[in-house]
Design a protein around this ligand. Sequence first.
Ligand code: ADP
Ligand code: NA
Length: 318
Amino acid sequence: TPHKVIFSGIQPTGVPHLGNYLGALRQWVKLQNDAAPDTRLLFSLVDLHAITVRQDPKQLLQWKNESLAMLLAIGLDPKRCTIFHQSDVSAHSELMWILSGQASTGYLGRMTQWKEKTANEKENSEKLKLNLFSYPVLQAADVLLHRTTHVPVGHDQAQHLEFAREVANGFNHVYGQDILIPPQTLVSPAKRVMSLTHPVSKMSKSHPNPKSRILLTDSDELIQSKIKSAVTDSIEGVTYEQDRRPGDLAADLANISMRVLKEQVSSAVTKLVAPIRERHESIVGNESLLDDVATLGAAKATESAAPTLLQVKRAVGL
Ligand code: ADP
Ligand code: NA
């Protein structure tokens, strides 16, 4: 059997938060630590995805740097994994263009995320940009380029991975060869971490209220104050009711007060975040280290991408 190739990405659109960690990054480290010697792991800061929304250029550069430092701070090892900025490897964009020839606009238009993001803009298609519509094709290119066999994804991305399989099978069907490998979903045990201020939606880098998320760079005091002011309801006790109380969890906490629960959560979260924050602080200012990691990652990812891109171009006659 061919060896395993694991690929995943995170947008450098802010400092990673607790949701990113519990929902994705923690699994990446575990996958690295448990991996067989011949498993290849690629983790990308997907900056090309980040620009599907208008970004301030200076801010984006800073976030790219901080996010790279964070991947090291959580325990990813650049000797063991390929850690790279997506835009450093132009094969991602090239393959995306070629695969656009397999991507139906009907399928893309039915994507839940597209429908959600455009629900309010229906009257104003001037505002809707093409890369927001087509970014699932870039995601497909990201994974297919590296002959990825397994992609750890959250629930929100499962549909896009199904699309990637569709694109791979479509391409192979048209060009009559097994050039692209339809990737499998690696279902992670990860949970969706909810916003602290709007607990019906998930914690996210882009929510305007900074108190809605706990950053992996937050001090103990800041974490405590964010959790203290987190939105709860006025129902006695703690239960998990998906519809009535979507922000709560945990049956074994049934009879404790909200105050005690918040203290317990604060203590658990600060314990988890503090060592990551401290490592991040010691890495983020080390420009030469971060440059070296990015350069190494770009070289390894470029090498990993080359055979697939070559085969695809040959197959279509380019
Ligand atoms: P964000 O939505 O904060 O911009 P990304 O889109 O960059 O984050 O997602 C990076 C990874 O983090 C993805 O695997 C995504 O599923 C996961 N993730 C993002 N937010 C959460 C959350 N609130 N709970 C659990 N996982 C999350
Ligand atoms: Na996102």
